[in-house]
Design a protein. Sequence first.
Length: 423
Amino acid sequence: MRVRQWVALATLAYVLYGLFIYSYLFLTGESSVPESVKGTSADPYTFMTSRELVISENFSRLRHLLYFITIPLDWYVFFLLLISGFSRKIADWSLAAARFHMLSKVVYVFVLSLLTMLISLPIKWIGYQISLHYGVSAQSTASWLKDQTLDFWIQYPLYVLCAIVFLYLIQKRRKWWWMYAWCLTVPITLFLFFIQPVVIDPLYNDFYPLKNQALEKKILTLAEEAHIPADHVYEVNMSKKTNTMNAYVTGIGENKRIVLWDTTLQKLKDREILFIMAHEMGHYVMKHVYIGLAGYLLLSLAGFFAIDRLYFYLYEKGKGAFRLTKPYDIAALPLLLIIVSMLSFAASPFTNAVSRHQEQAADQYAVDLTNDGEAGVTSFQKLAKSGLSQVNPPLLVKIFRYGHPTMMERIIEMEKAEKESDQ
């Protein structure tokens, strides 16, 4: 098949996929409220106005659309680079410009990273503008561009390191390269997880101890009841960027942090904040951070094995059309990236399901610790309003995007827990 035919086929496949996603999100995807839920506190009509409901549905659909068309855009671009021979040309130019094989790989990855960033930037810009239009984002253009630049310069060195090491291992340790690669990623993953709260996150936002000392005392008292060693709760100034709310646990060991967005402090009452904090404490007590990290490492081991099998199979099938000279050719990097991205996307339903289970367990822990399921209900209602979230998203959206139970599911569970506590 000729290059033009492959390009036309890939373009048609991407367009048809986009049309399918659009029709599913805007025409056929079911997001209505079940009859059994109508009139309850989980029914968005009881805590959102008609205008807010329309806005949240429109915003959510657009946000989901951008997500689903962005993922395969990378696959499409990488395939075009391979089939057109442009990846080969970049590799040859990089070698001519740098003269040294090692340095040429650094140059190649930079060009590839810059190219993919420039292609995806318009879609990211559209998403940013949509968030501004609907009042979800409060971020200035300068701040948004700064974050995009930070993303590039944080990710680029990691891409260079992975590309050089993986291709070297493929060259020198053909049979077991994937195992060696996985072994090397374990300490790097642990290191990044450890330094993220104190090195990476502060590059994007300002973190400081919770200013409201009275509230901090309440939170630390709650932590003491949960037998959690804690001296501080951190606050981050997210109000400069968003009107949504959040709280989370990040890091491991001494660098573990419980973080509250300042928007959460501004929009929730103390008892609601305490419920949210109890939820985060539940993650700590049940060791979800460590379980999640261990699960990620095990899943990545299976992923490396699958990458090995797929990469060499596809390389043999396409090396002529892609103009590749050897399996460790830097020009083959887009093929490797396609496989990694596809496997990550394919694994997301499983990882999201595990995450939803942990989040549900943390919700239950929060109810048990605070004995205040009502605060959970009102917190989730306010979270849905501030983030313009679909309370009951379509099934595919939930499977591929939701690491938390839907707001409807969470509120229903809170109602059940509240009734059980009253009995």
